[in-house]
Design a protein. Structure first.
Lengths: 302, 230
């Protein structure tokens, strides 16, 4: 029992002793890992926020169908039946030209201007909520509606949101590529650090081997070191991201007030934090494992 | 305990360090391995600890064929051996105490038990007062004794020493031989290599004399003066 308890403590102690053997180099390494991780993770946070903003601003999808001014009551009734039977449409609401004018009067405060008009310039309209689907199917629906008789114009109210969404998926792929590259960099950093350590610990490794140390006994502190360095790098990345978000918050609040919105930056969720830490530990471990496998047999054979 | 059966060792490049060596060392026996440098003493000791593998022949340690041992099993063989290296192989990044502690850490002893054992071993070689200093501050003889303490802390049944009195003056060498004698008294099997024939004062102790990789005819029943010429 005591045997199994003390062994991890020795490994922990050995790994810590090696990190603090050269504190400045160790700290710089951790900082580099932290920055490398914070770049993709920070962009991920901004993307998540942008996505939230798009969802908040675009609201439910809808298509406004403006009818020709000469559309008769029969035309309207016919269109209404057609629309309510359409498989891609969830609901249809008719807004008559009088209702629309009334609404405009109330919401715009342009009573005088409107009262001065000789006739109502607004057309009858249908507000259509399509069933949820892709941007492409929505576009097809819009074209189909546009081609119906007595329809002047079919307007997709939140087309810009779709464009922004497409831009965001582009950015997501960019973040993904960046994460991949910087993960490789992180593995390379750990690989090199461990290589240097193995070289400086050469005597210790050789002596330990000669007096009966198993490969595991020699490898474990290095693997542990890699994992620990990854973890500390991950924590540094979290600190960088949180500080950046704090710094961005006040100017964003001003901006959002100017747009009469109550948007604020959301920090990383608990799940994201844990994933980031696990991922950085894993990368550190992987780099250490690769390095140990590559360099230890070299030291042992001399 | 240790048995060599027609063991040859040829190094890459063709140099033949040992040619058909056969001998037995019984449990509790103490023997000196003599010969000039290059006679194959270090190679023979390395074969016992599986640091080198024989080119042909069989090396048995505790009835285990060491020459064909899987590399994963070698650490467990070495934990039963105490090895005193020619070049000491002490670690200068830690204290005297921690140097002796290393074999116990490798075996996974708990820290209270190992503390006791380390101090007992240091006491045995007379270095208890120096436990907290760095071994670099020790004299040659003290470093040698520290190396012995590290080799015995695990209480091995076999002790191998490669030139333990190599560059020590006669007084220190006598001291170290006394320490080995005391292990012999308690039943440890010892094989000690030396080129210094002046320590072979005791005619009762067995001598295995190597010359150009071969064992010379047994001479341990002859007066020590003639064994010195071997």
């Amino acid at each position: 029992m005591m045997r199994t308890l003390t062994q991890p403590l020795i490994i922990l102690w050995t790994a810590l002793r090696r990190i603090f053997a050269s504190p400045l180099a160790g700290l710089l390494n951790i900082l580099v890992i932290g920055i490398a991780l914070s770049l993709p993770a920070g962009m991920y946070v901004l993307l998540q926020n942008a996505q939230g903003l798009v969802a908040q601003l675009s609201g439910p999808q809808q298509i406004s169908l403006f009818l020709a001014l000469d559309a008769s009551q029969e035309d309207i009734a016919q269109l209404r039946t057609q629309l309510s039977r359409h498989p891609a449409i969830a609901s249809v609401k008719f807004v008559s030209r009088n209702d629309a004018l009334e609404e405009l009067k109330q919401s715009s405060g342009l009573d005088d201007v409107i009262a001065g008009l000789e006739s109502n310039p607004l057309p009858d309209a249908f507000v259509i909520v399509p069933k949820p689907g892709s941007a492409k199917s929505l576009d097809e629906l819009r074209t189909a509606l546009q081609n119906m008789p007595k329809v002047e114009q079919a307007q997709h109210d939140s087309a810009w949101a779709y464009k922004l969404d497409a831009l965001l998926s582009f950015a997501r792929v960019a973040v993904f590529i960046l994460s991949g590259l910087l993960s490789l960099a992180l593995i390379a950093i750990t690989f090199n650090t461990i290589r240097l350590q193995i070289l400086t610990q050469r005597d210790e490794i050789q002596v330990a081997k000669l007096i009966g140390a198993s490969n595991g006994f020699i490898r474990r502190p290095f693997l542990f070191f890699g994992a620990l360095q990854g973890l500390l790098g991950g924590i540094t990345a979290l600190l960088i991201i949180s500080t950046s978000l704090l710094l961005l918050q006040p100017p964003l609040a001003t901006l959002s007030r100017l747009y009469a919105s109550n948007f604020s930056l959301q920090p990383l969720s608990l799940g994201d934090v844990l994933s980031l830490l696990l991922f950085s530990v894993y990368l550190g471990l992987l780099g250490a494992w690769l390095s140990v496998s590559r360099h230890l047999s070299h030291v042992e054979s001399h | 305990m240790i048995s060599f059966q027609q063991v040859c060792k040829r190094y890459p490049g063709g140099y033949e360090a040992l040619k058909s060596i056969s001998f037995n060392l019984e449990k509790g026996e103490m023997a000196f391995l003599t010969g000039h440098s290059g006679a194959g003493k270090s190679t023979l000791l390395k074969l016992i600890a599986a640091i080198e593998r024989p080119t042909s022949g069989i090396v048995l340690v505790n009835n285990q064929n060491v020459g064909v041992l899987k590399s994963a099993a070698i650490p467990y063989l070495r934990r039963h051996l105490g090895i005193i290296f020619q070049d000491h192989k002490l670690l200068f990044d830690r204290t005297v105490f921690d140097n002796v502690l290393l074999p116990l850490q490798i075996c996974g002893f708990d820290s209270r038990e190992s503390g006791k054992r380390v101090r007992a071993a240091l006491d045995k070689v007379g270095l208890l007062k120096q436990e907290k200093i760095n071994p670099i501050a020790l004299s040659g003889g003290e470093q040698q004794r520290l190396c012995i303490a590290r080799a015995i802390v695990n209480r091995p049944s076999i002790l191998l020493a490669d030139e333990p009195t190599g560059n020590l003056d006669a007084e220190y060498a006598q001291e170290i031989m006394k320490i080995f004698d005391s292990f012999h008294q308690v039943g440890v099997t010892l094989l000690i290599s030396t080129h210094d024939t002046s320590v072979l004062h005791d005619p009762k102790i067995r001598v295995i004399a190597l010359k150009h990789g071969e064992i010379q005819p047994p001479q341990y029943d002859l007066p020590p003066a003639s064994s010195g010429q071997a």
